[in-house]
Design a protein around this ligand. Structure first.
Ligand code: PHE
Length: 343
């Protein structure tokens, strides 16, 4: 008797597992559940009822076997329901890729700044820093700006209320003055950092932006050294096939001065509808020149013995050109859709 009962249970178990395998929907799972565990006519309920006919001494073993089957059927149905019902089981599938935890990265302006720095560091330049709150003397006077130069106007420069002759530096050139006063030539530095100008924010102006300036002072330095240096720098940054053009310009602290353009790195001047150079073929990239003898004198360097060159560029401008950013303000909006494109 007991063997027959056990055999029957094994058979029911086998059939149940086969049927369960084929189940795809919640409805058919419900039907299967009814078939086995329904109170009225479920196969399991029937088995439990029949336990009472089992001889007394065999009852415990038989009851245990039926109970085991009951646990198996109920837990199998619950698992299956999770699998097809809520999809919850899928999140426990360890073969799926893990969660993507967001990871930060430097801002595009920091990346461009380190690219510029890296090139100039390999060319032997040191990095020099100076204060962002500066004295008029270092920002203007020592750089040969006349008393009535328009840059000194309240309209153009942030002066600090209540402190005489104190302002937010308008360029990083004052770092060069400080450095020349503290060091004897040969001098070979770059000064990267924040600068401030009283501009209304628009697509090409913000009151705060970033510059990198370079300064080299030694015996026998000529304009050719400046040209060679900038060519090497521009080729390293934009590529070897980019050309340079020097246009005469004016800065109070350099003489002669030149604005440097590069040939358009997208169309090389060949596309009249180019989206970068608009067909002009040239892009203005930096200011440069030979350090004015008066500036050298102001810093205690004898212009009859030493000469040198300086150059300065805006990091935002270079980033905008290289990555076709159309509005300068996007750098500061902190919109992740923009920022995360440059990791
Ligand atoms: N200081 C200049 C500016 O901010 C840039 C510059 C630096 C020009 C060095 C020439 C030489 O506009």
């Amino acid at each position: 008797m007991i063997n027959e009962f056990h055999n029957e249970i094994e058979k029911i178990k086998g059939v149940f597992l086969e049927e369960l395998k084929k189940i795809q929907s919640q409805e058919s799972l419900k039907t299967l559940k009814d078939k086995y565990v329904s109170r009225k006519k479920g196969i399991l309920t029937d088995l439990l009822k029949r336990l009472k006919d089992v001889p007394r001494e065999e009852k415990p073993a038989a009851g245990k076997t039926v109970n085991k089957l009951k646990v198996l059927i109920e837990s199998s149905i619950t698992n299956k329901l999770e699998e097809i019902g809520s999809g919850e089981k899928l999140t426990r599938d360890y073969s799926l890729p893990g969660f993507d935890y967001p990871q930060g990265h430097p801002h595009l302006l920091s990346l461009i700044r380190s690219q510029i720095e890296d090139i100039l560091l390999t060319m032997g330049y040191d990095i020099a820093y100076g204060p962002e709150i500066e004295q008029d003397y270092y920002n203007f006077t020592a750089l040969n700006f006349q008393k009535d130069h328009p840059a000194r106007d309240e309209q153009d420069t942030f002066f600090i209320d209540g402190l005489p002759e104190t302002l937010l530096r308008t360029h990083t050139s004052p770092v060069q003055i400080r450095y020349m006063k503290d060091h004897k030539p040969p001098i070979k530095i770059i000064s990267p950092g924040k600068v401030f100008r009283k501009d209304e924010p628009d697509a090409t102006h913000t009151p705060v932006f970033h510059q990198v300036e370079g300064l080299l002072i030694d015996k026998g330095i000529t304009f050719s050294h400046l040209r060679g240096t900038l060519e090497l720098f521009i080729h390293s940054f934009f590529g070897d096939n980019v050309n340079l053009r020097f246009r005469p310009s004016y800065f109070p602290f350099t003489e002669p001065s030149a604005e440097v353009d590069i040939s358009c790195f997208l169309c090389f001047g060949k596309d009249p509808n180019c989206r970068i150079c608009k067909g002009g073929g040239w892009l203005e990239i930096l200011g440069s020149g030979m350090v004015h003898p008066q500036v050298l004198k102001n810093c205690g360097i004898d212009p009859d013995v030493y000469s040198g060159f300086a150059f300065g560029m805006g990091i935002e401008r270079i980033a905008m050109l290289k990555h076709e950013v159309r509005d300068l303000r996007m750098f500061y909006d902190n919109d992740l859709r923009f920022v995360t494109q440059f990791g």
